[in-house]
Design a protein around this ligand. Structure first.
Ligand code: GLN
Length: 310
């Protein structure tokens, strides 16, 4: 690709280069509803701050956004609690897997960051604040619909139910937080809200659109709505860069060079600050629990566009 290629040409080239790899990696099998997904899917969507869009593959197919939801609940919690949130959760990379328990005990129930499961459970608890899980879930869905400018977004109840039946590790983390007085609502309520937020079903186009405020200092560049402050948007990008891919965050910084957040459904949201928001989906995961082909696609996209925070 020459340096004057259009965005559409670059996205088409990424798709072409990834095609031989479709199906690589292993779908998450600890959530039965995700274990049934065909690993050969691939979708990619890019939206720029000036409203250009480009997409390839199954960019309109819904998938389970899973841990990518942690970015959006963090946004909501920072708006609600401000800096007080950081008393309950840190902003340091964990160097551990997404559902690690050991570190939580060593650090007395203060999760390292909001993008690992323990941290996200504390964030969801902060949002729940003793209320009804169904009301919080409705708020989260409304927030996503507003960000993506798409009223069709919803939750896949089958995925939420499936995770509820096998979410023993998350239940352990939540109970451990509770034992350390860092979870105040009833554990089953926090888990219900958390499993539902993870079961948000979105496509690449909607997800890229929903993340666009992070590429534009907290303001949606297309509607001019302020979602968060410039400082918070910058810090969220910093946390996504250092923590968004768990113990592979350094590898993603090295290879891709953009802040991002992965989910075990095989989606990744990546942000090119000042430039664009990108969503990619390919369900096969690598050993760190991140989309294998999705990460490769982002590496290729970053190389062809020259987008990098470094
Ligand atoms: N719902 C998943 C879990 O809590 C999310 C994990 C992920 O996407 N990495 O296990």
């Amino acid at each position: 690709m020459g340096e004057h290629s259009s965005l559409a040409e670059i996205v088409a080239a990424v798709y072409h280069d990834m095609a031989p790899h479709f199906g690589r990696g292993h779908v998450a099998d600890y959530i039965p509803a995700l274990a049934r997904v065909n690993p050969k899917h691939f979708g990619l969507a890019v939206i720029t701050c000036d409203g250009q869009t480009a997409a390839a593959g199954e960019s309109e197919t819904l998938f389970s956004i899973q841990s990518i939801s942690k970015v959006f609940t963090l946004t909501m919690a920072l708006e609600k609690l401000g800096g007080a949130l950081w008393k309950r959760v840190g902003h340091e990379p964990s160097g551990s897997s997404f559902n690690s328990i050991v570190q939580l005990e060593q650090e007395k129930g203060i999760p390292r960051n909001p993008l690992i499961n323990a941290g996200a459970l504390a964030v969801t608890d902060a949002l729940l604040a003793g209320g009804e899980p169904a009301a919080l879930v409705a708020d989260i869905v409304a927030f996503m619909r507003g960000l993506a400018d798409d009223a069709s977004i919803g939750i896949d109840p089958e995925v939420a139910e499936s995770e509820g039946q096998t979410g023993f590790r998350n239940a352990s983390l939540a109970n451990f937080l509770r034992a350390n007085n860092n979870l105040h609502s009833a554990v089953p309520d926090v888990l219900t809200a958390y499993f539902n937020q993870c079961a948000l079903a979105m496509n690449c186009r909607q997800l890229a659109r929903a993340g666009l405020f992070l590429a534009h200092a907290g303001v949606d560049p297309l509607t001019h709505a302020r979602v968060t402050t410039p400082t918070r948007a910058r810090r969220m990008n910093a946390i996504m860069m250092t923590c968004g891919h768990y113990d592979a965050s350094g590898d993603v910084a090295f290879r891709v060079g953009l802040p991002g957040k992965s989910g075990v459904g095989g989606g990744i949201l990546a942000i090119a600050p000042g430039k664009a928001s990108i969503a990619v989906w390919s369900p096969g995961l690598n050993a760190a629990g991140n989309s294998l082909v999705g990460q490769m696609a982002l590496e290729r996209l970053a190389a062809l566009t020259g987008w990098s925070v470094f």
